[in-house]
Design a protein around this ligand. Structure first.
Ligand SMILES: Nc1ncnc2c1ncn2[C@@H]1O[C@H](COP(=O)(O)OP(=O)(O)OP(=O)(O)O)[C@@H](O)[C@H]1O
Ligand SMILES: [Mg+2]
Length: 276
């Protein structure tokens, strides 16, 4: 194993004990993530993806094996690794500015203000500083989530289906924004997603997790530079590979067509100009 890995997951297994017996969520998970690398986890519902992310973010512990960040076991949540959850976690009673400031409590006020301004601009929420979460659209809320996570200056960003609740166009826009943000502020990222296209668009490497108990079934390197065009021959081939690992054959899959099909989408994907 590489000595300089940012994240090391070594032989991790996890069984949840419930009133109805045990549920083995994960079995013998092994992988590493390098500094600045973007890894996506895809797999069927219930295969343990969120469990794995929770462990890495310090909210849960493995039964066997270990999860290490910078060579040290993760024993509790810390600012080193921030988790954007499936359910979202903005405070409904705080406006955007205060939600963002919450993560950096204790920082001198002027510094906090300029940092908040920077991240509000980064995610394009200028003019909505005083707005409350119920006054924002789903996409704007997700941007608050992303901005708040980044404000904590995490070494690692864990994202658990951060864009799943959004419509297809907003999801695409969020992906573009995330790419743009990561170009400016490189973070090590682990993304859980059901959307193979999203994984192919964003990740350097995709880990396909098997049905429960989750094991790493296949690792797919996305050896395509950004900007990526999802209709490029290489990405279409990789997409087929991941889908077939997930047991989805081309004829059956009606949910994950290349995103360049519609005109509105084409406009959004203008940045993926090169034919990778
Ligand atoms: N706290 C818990 N107590 C008991 N069982 C749990 C707990 N958390 C997760 N599980 C079980 O562990 C398995 C894996 O759950 P997990 O949430 O990690 O799946 P997932 O891959 O994230 O699924 P999805 O794609 O639907 O979000 C499931 O069978 C789930 O019921
Ligand atoms: Mg989950």
């Amino acid at each position: 194993m590489a000595p300089d890995a940012k994240i090391t997951v070594r032989n991790v297994s996890k069984t949840f004990r419930t009133g109805r017996g045990g549920v083995q969520a994960l079995e013998g998970i092994d992988f590493q993530v390098g500094e600045g690398e973007f890894v996506a986890l895809v797999g069927p519902s219930g295969c343990g993806k969120s469990t794995l992310l929770n462990m890495l973010a310090g909210f849960d512990r493995p039964d066997t094996g270990e999860a290490l960040v910078d060579g040290r076991p993760v024993l509790a949540p810390s600012r080193k690794g921030v988790l954007i959850t499936q359910r979202g976690s903005v405070f409904p009673w705080m406006n955007v500015q205060r939600n963002l400031g919450f993560g950096v409590n204790g920082m001198p006020e002027a510094e906090q203000e300029s940092l908040t301004r920077h991240y509000i601009e980064l995610v394009g929420l200028q003019g909505f500083e005083q707005a409350f979460p119920h006054e924002l659209s789903g996409g704007m809320l997700q941007r608050v989530e992303v901005a708040r996570a980044l404000m904590a200056k995490p070494d690692v960003l864990y994202m658990d289906e951060p864009f799943a609740a959004l419509d297809a166009l907003t999801r695409l826009r969020m992906r573009e924004e995330l790419i743009r943000i990561l170009e400016r502020e490189r973070h090590t990222c682990i993304l859980v997603t059901h959307d193979v296209e999203e994984a192919l668009h964003l990740a350097d490497r995709i880990l396909v997790i098997s049905t429960r108990p989750g094991r790493i079934q296949r690792t797919v390197e996305v050896d395509v530079p950004h900007p990526r065009r999802l209709s490029s021959i290489r990405l279409v081939a990789l997409r087929e590979m991941v889908l077939s690992e997930l047991g989805v054959t081309q004829g059956e899959d009606r949910t994950a067509r290349p995103a360049v099909a519609g005109t509105g989408v084409q406009k959004l994907t203008a940045g993926w100009a090169s034919d990778n």
